[in-house]
Design a protein around this ligand. Structure first.
Ligand SMILES: *[C@@H]1O[C@H](CO)[C@@H](O)[C@H](O)[C@H]1NC(C)=O
Ligand SMILES: *[C@@H]1O[C@H](CO)[C@@H](O)[C@H](O)[C@H]1NC(C)=O
Length: 278
């Protein structure tokens, strides 16, 4: 009896999911959805799971969320996996998260992984020099292996903060300008033109952002009911819809995603207008 009830319930859920899927497919679909994966540790505590298990379950949720997004036609998904500030946590905890990353990066390059099912190009961005060699090598391997995938994109922010990204991009823009000035001196460029070389424009900095591989996000989801940005995509979120469901990250499901997309579709005309004014 119980199994019958479960089956009926399961069927009902998948029926609702299909209906929602059809409704959502009619409206505009966000191009880029960003996630702050908050609440893995709280989830483990809540369910009395061993420490570190929260992150494992959280990874499963990430795979489901990626499926929902890519099935709906989202081209870019970015996730805040590990902040530079997270290095201040207990060394054992940092180590176990890093071990999990290496394990998951290695799984990603396997034939049957979601990355190949959906032809996902994976970018791992941030100050990668802060990572230990094995993590950086695993990250580089995933990026190389997926570099010709061209249907969708997953951007994993690792050893990332927005302020670090902005400083880095500014530095690179200055280096670019300096190289230009050098070559203009060599080539005896005209005075007026040389002046122009010193000006750094917004576009120069944006080109050098780690996030330069993606358009600005349309929706930013932060789980656990928190509404802080915690130094994630500060530069890129000026016209982005924020959504903070109460669910902890491992508890996030299709309904949360559907709700965020419906809300996005409702505010879409306004956001588009804002964008055109820029
Ligand atoms: C995407 O990759 C596939 C397989 O490598 C290739 O056949 C296709 O032309 C590519 N599409 C674009 C738009 O580059
Ligand atoms: C990356 O971190 C290292 C070590 O803290 C620092 O020296 C370097 O300037 C950082 N690089 C960038 C691009 O932020």
């Amino acid at each position: 009896m119980n199994t019958l009830a479960n089956t009926l319930f399961g069927n009902l859920i998948s029926f609702i999911r299909r209906i929602l899927f059809c409704i959502l497919s009619v409206g505009p679909i966000p191009n880029h959805v960003a996630f702050i994966l908050d609440g893995n540790r709280r989830f483990a505590k809540k369910l009395n799971l061993p420490e570190g298990m929260g992150h494992r379950v959280g990874f499963q949720s990430l795979i489901s969320v990626l499926r929902y997004c890519f099935d709906l036609g989202v081209k870019y998904v970015s996730v805040y996996a590990f902040s530079i500030d997270n290095f201040k946590r207990k060394p054992e905890e940092v180590q176990s998260i890093m071990d999990l990353m290496v394990e998951k990066f290695n799984e990603m390059v396997e034939e049957e992984s979601i990355v190949y099912q959906y032809s996902v190009r994976v970018y791992i961005i941030g100050n990668l020099s802060l990572l230990s060699d094995n993590v950086r090598l695993a990250a580089e391997k995933v990026m190389k292996a997926t570099s010709s995938n061209n249907k969708s994109n997953l951007i994993i922010c690792l050893a990332y903060t927005s302020t670090d990204e902005i400083v880095h991009a500014t530095q690179e823009s200055c280096d670019d300008k300096w190289a230009k000035i050098q070559s203009s001196i060599d080539g005896e460029m005209m005075e007026g033109k040389r002046e122009g070389c010193f000006v750094i424009k917004v576009a120069d900095i944006e080109r050098r952002m780690y996030m330069g591989v993606a358009p600005d996000p349309d929706i930013l989801v932060r789980t656990s009911g928190e509404t802080r940005l915690s130094n994630f995509l500060l530069w890129q979120t000026s016209n982005c819809m924020l959504y903070s469901p109460r669910a902890l990250w491992p508890e996030i499901g299709f309904l949360h995603i559907a709700w965020a997309f419906l809300e996005f579709q409702r505010t879409y005309p306004y956001l588009e207008k804002k964008r055109k004014e820029l």
